[in-house]
Design a protein around this ligand. Structure first.
Ligand code: ATP
Length: 145
């Protein structure tokens, strides 16, 4: 079966300093908030709804980043072909609060630290998403690829 999810790289500025949000997913990996599309939703709506549901943050879409594709095996669903659409999202409000049924945690990091954690404990295919977001924010990352 095919599954389409959407999510985002969420950022904010605190006293002029950029901060990037990372989550720890329910499998223990560093990742980005995302979730499955629901009927009648646009991908952008899915991304913002899932960010709010999983992390408590309200945001607005700044631009698309890219998509990733992967396959996993699910007990009931069998082989799942998954596509995740990611957006650059500016935090506009809300309160950081991990929704513990869906994710283990959520935190803000300065960009270099976010990149280090992604490289160390993230999914490889999210490297391109995070580096794309940092580039859109005018930052260059080291050790990409
Ligand atoms: P969603 O957040 O879209 O509702 P989910 O929690 O149902 O998703 P996934 O996060 O896609 O499902 O996780 C299903 C399987 O895929 C898990 O084994 C997970 O570790 C793995 N997985 C999650 N994200 C990635 C990724 N970016 N690349 C490869 N495998 C991933």
């Amino acid at each position: 079966m095919k599954e389409i999810s959407a999510g985002g790289v969420v950022y904010r500025r605190v006293n002029g300093e950029l901060q990037i949000q990372l989550i720890q997913d329910r499998y223990g990996k560093i990742s980005l908030p995302k979730g499955k599309m629901e009927p009648g939703e646009t991908v952008e709506q899915t991304a913002l709804r899932e960010i709010l549901e999983e992390t408590g943050m309200e945001g607005k879409i700044i631009s698309p980043i890219d998509q990733i594709k992967y396959t996993y095996t699910h007990e009931a669903k069998g082989t799942v072909d998954k596509e995740v659409h990611y957006y650059l999202v500016e935090a506009t409000g809300g309160k950081l609060q991990a929704q513990v049924e869906e994710i283990r945690g959520v935190e803000w990091f300065e960009p270099a630290e976010a990149w280090r954690r992604q490289k160390q404990s993230g999914y490889d295919n999210n490297d391109r998403i995070l580096s794309g977001a940092l580039r859109l924010l005018g930052l260059e990352v080291q050790g990409h690829g």
